[in-house]
Ligand binder design. Structure first.
Ligand code: GLY
Length: 333
């Protein structure tokens, strides 16, 4: 291949910016070697991708994989970081309550074999993701709800805790002054935490965990515990996870849709964009009022992320680097 042509195809293929300078410094056989590497690209494993700015969670997941833990356990460990943080008002302890003041959690987890577990409307237990994992591994069921989920959590040794922090109680009391139900876009740059990981052998798992929409109706359940909506993993293809207005994700079975689009050949980025377009192009949809964001990874370890509105972020740990990325978005106004 001619040097000039290679430089052009390298940058069109989206390979590292700055490669051209390296290439210019190479002789012809070295250029051939670089070209070969780029066309037979090694998969980017291990890799972790999560919704929002959650570098502590991605770090924990990465570290757990490096320490030799199974990818499913690494995903659980990452989700637990966010669940335990009382400052995060959209996940686990400290989550904003429903309109009656109850903090209720939804979570799910899925492995490379297509096994999955979830909990819905779980109260008084911080680590919903751990309960979901145990539902998957230790019961004949996929989903446990409400009191049954709480009793099950206690039976596996988790402790009852008051999840309503002073800060969240205060916010709820303020909300009650007007009691206007309005979804909040991009709560403090954080919302449902969805986390996908591929280990060094290409094994994929994913999880997501949330306290759901702030001040929701009692009993409301979102997308996060619904396999295929909030999360989907297919070890042959990749995985996707959602954040934001769960009702809209459920109506379009968003995460399953993204994985199926990747199966048909779309990149993770294209698939995330298409899943958002299914929401915003619905007749009569006023997408001004709500946010949805997706992150996805394919089997090669290529990633994508996209949202309806500005303000969504993804965190990716790959090649030993843990970084936040501002998402591109649909609503340019
Ligand atoms: N995506 C979280 C929820 O709607 O509950």
């Amino acid at each position: 291949m001619k040097r000039r042509k290679f430089i052009k195809s390298a940058s069109l293929g989206g390979v590292a910016v700055g490669l051209s300078a390296t290439v210019l410094a190479c002789n012809d056989s070295e250029i051939k070697e670089i070209a070969k590497k780029e066309t037979t690209k090694e998969p980017i494993w291990p890799i972790v991708i999560a919704t929002w700015n959650v570098h502590r969670a991605t770090q924990e997941t990465w570290d757990a994989m490096q320490a030799g833990h199974q990818v499913l356990d690494a995903v659980e460990a990452g989700c637990k970081i966010e669940e335990a943080d009382p400052k995060g008002q959209s996940v686990g302890k400290g989550g904003l309550p429903d309109r009656d003041g109850n903090v209720t959690l939804d979570a799910c987890i899925m492995d490379h074999l297509g096994n999955c577990g979830s909990v819905v409307y779980l109260q008084n237990i911080t680590h919903a993701i751990t309960v979901a994992k145990s539902v998957m591994q230790d019961t004949p069921h996929v989903m446990l709800a409400g009191k049954g989920a709480e009793d099950y959590a206690l039976s596996i040794g988790l402790k009852r805790e008051n999840l309503l922090t002073e800060a969240s109680k205060k916010a709820w009391e303020k909300w009650k002054e007007e009691a206007e139900y309005k979804p909040i876009i991009n709560i403090e740059n954080h919302d449902t935490i969805g986390l996908l990981a591929i280990d060094k052998d290409g094994t994929i798992s994913g999880g997501c965990t949330t306290s759901g929409l702030a001040y929701k109706m009692g009993g409301r359940v979102g997308d996060s515990p619904i396999i295929g909506s909030g999360l989907f993993v297919d070890n042959e293809v990749g995985a996707a996870v959602a954040t934001g207005m769960g009702e809209e994700v459920v109506k379009t079975v968003g995460s399953f849709l993204i994985v199926e689009l990747m199966r048909q050949g779309m990149s993770p980025q294209q698939a995330c964009e298409e899943a958002i377009s299914r929401i915003v192009n619905k007749p009569g949809k006023n997408y001004e009022d709500f946010q949805v964001g997706y992150v996805a990874v394919n089997k090669k370890g290529e990633t994508g992320y996209y949202s309806i509105h500005d303000g969504f972020w993804a965190t990716i740990y790959a090649d030993g680097e843990n970084k936040n990325y501002a998402s591109s978005f649909f609503n340019k106004k």
